[in-house]
Design a protein around this ligand. Sequence first.
Ligand SMILES: Cc1cc2nc3c(=O)[nH]c(=O)nc-3n(C[C@H](O)[C@H](O)[C@H](O)COP(=O)(O)O)c2cc1C
Length: 178
Amino acid sequence: MTESRGTVLSGTELFMQPDEIIVTKTDLSGKITYGNRTFFKFARYAEKDCVGVQHNIVRHPEMPRTVFKAAWDSIKDGREIFAYVNNRSKNGDAYWVLAHMTPSRDSGGQIVGYHSNRRAPNQQIIKQTIIPLYDHLQKIEKASSSPKDGLANAYADLQKTLATKKQTFNEFTLSLGG
Ligand SMILES: Cc1cc2nc3c(=O)[nH]c(=O)nc-3n(C[C@H](O)[C@H](O)[C@H](O)COP(=O)(O)O)c2cc1C
C-alpha cells in the first residue's frame, strides 16, 4: 500500500479484457445514474454505493486535472471526447481505460446528462505516451502557486503541444491507435 495525495493505492493494476466495455451514465452534475456490471467489477463498489454519487469516486490521484477539464469542456459544449483515463478502485487497485464520453440529449435536443463507455487501452501506448504526458501535466499543475493557476498553466501547455502536432485532443488520442 502507498499513499498518493491522501489516497491509498494498493499497487495492483487491473486489466480490461478486449471484449469488456465499462459503461456509466451521469446527471448534468456528474453524479452517477447508471453503471453496468463491468463498471462495478472494476470499481469494486456495490451499485448502491455509486448511484447518486459523484463520478470522482473512481478518480485516480495521478490523473491530471487538465484531462478532466478538457472532458467537461467538450461534453458540456455538446461534443464527444476520447481520453485515456486511469481509475482507482475502492480498494486502491488501478485500471487504465480508453474512454469515450458523450452528452445525452432529450428529444428536444437539450443535454440531460452524460454517458461514458470505456474499452481496454493498448498498454504500450499508456506506458510510452500517456503516462509521461500525464505526469508532465500534473507536475505543471502542482508547480504553480494556486490550483487555479496550475490548471491554467497545464491546460495551456497541453494546447501548445497539440498545436505543435496540429491535432485536436481527440485527434491526438485516436492517432495513438487504441
Ligand atoms: C459521464 C462521465 C463519466 C466520467 N467518468 C469518470 C471516470 O471513469 N473516472 C474519473 O476519474 N472521472 C470521471 N468523470 C469525471 C468526474 O466527474 C470528475 O470530473 C473527475 O473525476 C475529477 O474529479 P475532481 O474534480 O474531484 O478532481 C466522468 C464524468 C462524466 C460526466
